[in-house]
Design a protein around this ligand. Structure first.
Ligand code: NIG
Ligand code: FE
Length: 382
């Protein structure tokens, strides 16, 4: 089956040669893009979708989300907005709720959030574990995540669970041996929350290198709550992404700029923890590849909205609208080391969004407005 999307007023390709093109059309065959060119020359196809002058861009690639959990932490958010600080300690509240939930409850909640994200233009989303924190619970979280998405990440080292209080190194040993073995069939990536109060650089290195030996790709929660060794460790180990990057010194920026490690910025977390935003401008000016993601989780960032993150990045992080849209599409794909996503080129996956607007500028210009008119996911209109 083929589908021609015609009458595209502005096509954001993210292709270094094509850039943004006007009056364009795309032909999709099955789940792939088969042709791109001027709208007037679009070949015949089995069906047609008239964009009617609207902007079309690749679907958003949300490379950082924590969707296997139960319950919410609205009360914690309320307390924070009344002046309390975010410490990450609330993670244990969600661990208790998640352990008590059935497979069906966890599956239903994750599918609800994936659907919510899709309606806002997200056609790829990564899902991390990290609210199980035992061998069986982490394996369960990843088994459920792998039922739903392709990009799954083992975050057994999210915090030290209550039953290991005062025995962090014993927990690290469990994570890098038995737990890693139990999740490997379901996980593509391994991640560690490398932060004061969570795991230090030596602990993170031990877990990540054990994951790499089992063939998992590496990513790291780094420099979210304060300065620290996380970003440099991510670069040293060749991680695909260092996520958060809120507190960086010059050496961190230099390390990122000479590397293939993407800096994934998560402004929903700064919004929801009322913290200073990361300085995207400084990273972009240093030549670092920047991704934007939601960090959707019940504690520090309970949003599934990539348009909201784009608007925050433009308003609060000194990104241009074009840079923010690139970071939310091609940047996310780079953070997942995927060359078939986040780009409009022949052979790429036919994940596209048609905006209810003539230009990508409107995503930041009209914050909070539902601007996604039509979504093509794997070539299928949703
Ligand atoms: O990315 N930083 C650690 N993990 C999450 C927060 C999870 C939570 O508070 O439940 C984050 O912000
Ligand atoms: Fe996170």
């Amino acid at each position: 089956m083929s589908l021609a999307v015609t009458g595209i007023g502005e096509l954001v390709t993210n292709d270094p040669h094509l850039g943004i093109v006007h009056d364009a059309a795309i032909v999709v065959e099955g789940d792939r893009i088969a042709w791109i060119g001027p709208s007037s020359q679009a070949p015949a196809a089995d069906s047609r979708l008239d964009a009617d002058g609207a902007a079309v861009l690749p679907g958003f690639v949300d490379s950082h989300a924590h969707l296997i959990f139960a319950g919410d932490r609205a009360a914690e958010f309320g307390a924070r907005m009344a002046g309390e600080a975010y410490t990450g300690g609330g993670i244990r509240t969600t661990v208790a709720a998640t352990r008590a939930a059935s497979d069906d409850d966890l599956r239903r909640n994750a599918r609800r959030l994936v659907g919510e994200a899709l309606r806002q233009g997200t056609t790829t989303i990564e899902i991390k574990s990290g609210y199980g924190l035992s061998v069986t619970e982490e394996a369960r979280s990843l088994r459920l995540a792998a039922e739903i998405v392709e990009e799954t990440t083992f975050l057994g080292a999210h915090v030290v669970p209550a039953e290991y209080a005062g025995r962090a190194d014993d927990y690290v040993d469990l994570v890098r041996s038995e737990m890693l073995e139990a999740v490997t069939p379901y996980a593509k990536w391994v991640d560690v929350f490398c932060e004061r109060g969570a795991f230090d650089a030596d602990q993170a290195r031990a877990i990540l290198t054990a994951g790499a030996k089992r063939g998992l790709g590496l990513r790291l929660h780094a420099n979210q709550l304060g300065p620290g060794p996380g970003v440099r460790l991510a670069v040293e180990l060749g991680a695909a992404s260092a996520d958060h990057c809120t507190h960086l010194d010059d050496a961190d920026v230099a390390a990122l700029s000479g590397s293939d490690t993407v800096a994934t910025l998560l402004p929903g977390a700064e919004f929801s923890t009322r913290s200073p935003y990361p300085d995207a401008r400084r990273l972009l000016d240093a030549g670092v590849t920047v991704a934007l993601a939601t960090d959707c989780n019940p504690g520090s960032s309970y949003t599934s909205s990539m348009p909201f993150c784009i608007a925050l990045a433009v308003r609060e992080m000194r990104m241009t609208p074009a840079e923010a849209v690139f970071a939310a599409t091609a940047g996310g794909a780079a953070a997942l080391r995927r060359d078939d996503l986040g780009i409009v080129r022949v052979g790429a996956r036919a994940d596209l969004i048609v905006l209810d607007a003539p230009s990508h500028l409107h995503l930041a210009y009209r914050p909070g407005v539902p601007l996604i008119r039509t979504i093509l996911h794997n070539g299928v209109p949703q």
